[in-house]
Design a protein around this ligand. Structure first.
Ligand SMILES: Cc1cc2nc3c(=O)[nH]c(=O)nc-3n(C[C@H](O)[C@H](O)[C@H](O)COP(=O)(O)OP(=O)(O)OC[C@H]3O[C@@H](n4cnc5c(N)ncnc54)[C@H](O)[C@@H]3O)c2cc1C
Length: 366
C-alpha cells in the first residue's frame, strides 16, 4: 500500500488524471498546504490537454448558456496572472499571448456586439468589413507548454506524480473511498479528485461514471510558416486558425462522436486544409507538418461537472469541460477547492453539480 506522507496537518489528496483539469486542481491544493499525489494512466497532459488549440475563450462566446459564460469569463479575467504564477513557480514559459480573434461572417454581429458590451468583453466591427468582428483581448496559450509548466510547478511545490498508473477500482468504507487500486498497487488518501477527462464517464468497479460525459474527437492540422505570417486567431464557420509566435499555425477542428478512437482521416485533412487556405491563401501551397486527433471530455451544453461525488463524501469531480477545458481551468480549480473546503464559492455551483449534469441530455448533435 502506498500511503500518504503524514507529516502535514492537512488532509492528503489523490487526484486521478494529470491533464489540465487534474494539474490545475493539484496546483491550487498544494498552494493551500495539502499533500497531493496525481495518478495518471499514461504520460502527464498527453491527452486532450495536449491535443487542443489553446484559445482562452469560447469560440463564439455569445453562443453559450450562462453557466459556460460565467465560468469562462471568470477564468479569462484571471488567466494572465494564473499563467504568470505557473511560469514563476516552474521556470518554464507557457506563451500566453493576447493575440485577439477575428470572427468572419458572424451570424448576427449586432447581437454579438451587444452581448460582449454587456459583459465587458472588448469587441468591434472589423476595420474593412462590417461582416467581421474583432475581439482584441482574446488570448491563447501554448497548451502543451502550459501543461509542462504546470507539471513542473506541481512537482516543485511538493506534489508527487505517478505516470503509467491507471486507476482500476476503489476500496470503499462507510460512504467514503479509502484507497484506489492502480496498475502500480494500492494508494490511500483522505480525499480523492476525479479528473479523468473523456474517461470520467466510464464506471470503475464500485465507482459510478460521471453522468453524460462522452469522448468527442477533434482533428487538428499543424503548419509551419515564417513567424509573422498571421498574428491573430481567425474563425469562420466552425473553422479556426491559431498562430504561434514562432510561425506554427494550428487549424481545427472537428466534432466527432466516434468513441475512444483517436484516428485521423485523409478527407478531413483535405477539407481542413482547403478551408484554412481560403482564410490564409499562403497555406494552399504548403503541406501540414502534423495531423492528430484528441478526445474532448464532452458534456451536454458544454457545462462541466465540478462537485462532490454523490456516493462518497470524500470524493470530488472536475471534468466535462468539453471544448473549453484549457479556458476554464483556473476558475474550475478555484470552484472545486472552495467546495472541498466548504467555503461559499464566488460562482453559484448549482449548474456544475452532478445532479444538474444527470438531468441534461445530449440532443443528438455534438
Ligand atoms: C482538437 C481540440 C481542440 C481544443 N481546443 C481548445 C481550445 O482552443 N481552448 C480550450 O479551452 N480547450 C480546447 N480543447 C478542450 C480541452 O483540450 C479539454 O477540455 C481539456 O484538455 C480537458 O482536460 P482534462 O484534464 O479534463 O482531460 P485530459 O487532458 O484528457 O486529461 C485526462 C487525463 O486522465 C487520464 N486518465 C483517464 N483515465 C484514467 C484512469 N483510470 N486512471 C488514471 N488516469 C486516467 C488520461 O490519461 C488523461 O491524461 C480542445 C480539445 C481538442 C481535442
Amino acid at each position: 500500500m502506498h500511503k500518504p506522507d503524514d507529516s502535514g496537518s492537512k488532509p492528503s489528496i489523490i487526484v486521478l488524471g494529470a491533464g489540465i483539469s487534474g494539474l490545475s486542481v493539484a496546483l491550487a491544493l498544494l498552494g493551500r498546504g495539502y499533500g497531493v499525489k496525481l495518478l495518471e494512466r499514461g504520460e502527464v497532459g498527453a491527452e486532450s490537454s495536449w491535443a487542443g488549440g489553446g484559445i482562452v475563450s469560447p469560440l463564439l462566446p455569445w453562443d453559450y448558456t450562462e453557466p459556460v459564460s460565467r465560468l469562462a469569463l471568470r477564468s479569462m479575467a484571471a488567466y494572465a496572472d494564473w499563467v504568470a504564477e505557473i511560469e514563476a513557480r516552474s521556470g518554464q514559459m507557457a506563451e500566453y499571448w493576447r493575440c485577439g480573434m477575428h470572427v468572419l461572417e458572424p451570424n448576427d454581429p449586432d447581437a454579438a456586439l451587444a452581448w460582449c458590451k454587456a459583459r465587458g468583453l472588448a469587441a468591434q466591427h472589423g476595420p474593412m468589413n462590417t461582416n467581421e468582428l474583432v475581439l482584441p483581448d482574446i488570448a491563447q496559450v501554448r497548451n502543451p507548454r502550459l501543461v509542462a509548466a504546470l507539471r513542473e510547478a506541481v512537482v516543485r511545490l511538493g506534489g508527487v506524480i505517478h505516470t503509467h498508473c491507471a486507476a482500476k477500482a476503489v476500496i470503499t468504507q462507510t460512504g467514503g473511498i479509502v484507497a484506489v487500486d492502480t496498475a502500480q498497487g494500492m494508494f490511500s488518501a483522505d480525499q480523492f479528485v476525479l479528473a479523468t477527462g473523456a474517461w470520467a464517464g466510464l464506471a470503475l468497479p464500485d465507482l459510478a461514471g460521471a453522468p453524460n460525459i462522452r469522448p468527442i474527437r477533434g482533428q487538428m492540422l499543424l503548419f509551419k510558416l515564417e513567424p509573422g505570417a498571421l498574428d491573430t486567431i481567425l474563425f469562420r464557420n466552425g473553422l479556426y486558425l491559431i498562430p504561434r509566435r514562432d510561425g506554427h499555425i494550428l487549424v481545427g477542428s472537428t466534432l466527432e462522436d466516434a468513441g475512444f478512437d483517436k484516428s485521423t482521416d485523409v478527407s478531413t485533412r483535405q477539407r481542413l486544409h482547403a478551408e484554412a487556405a481560403e482564410l490564409l491563401p499562403v497555406l494552399a501551397s504548403v503541406q501540414p507538418i502534423q495531423h492528430w486527433a484528441g478526445l474532448r471530455p464532452g458534456s451536454p451544453d458544454n457545462i462541466p461537472i465540478i462537485d462532490r461525488h454523490p456516493d462518497f463524501r470524500n470524493v470530488f469531480v472536475n471534468t466535462g469541460h468539453y471544448r473549453y477545458g484549457v479556458t476554464m481551468a483556473p476558475a474550475s480549480a478555484e470552484l472545486l477547492v472552495d467546495l472541498m473546503e466548504d467555503r461559499t464559492p464566488a460562482l453559484d455551483p448549482t449548474p456544475y453539480s452532478w445532479n444538474a449534469a444527470s438531468m441534461r441530455t445530449w440532443t443528438g448533435t455534438v
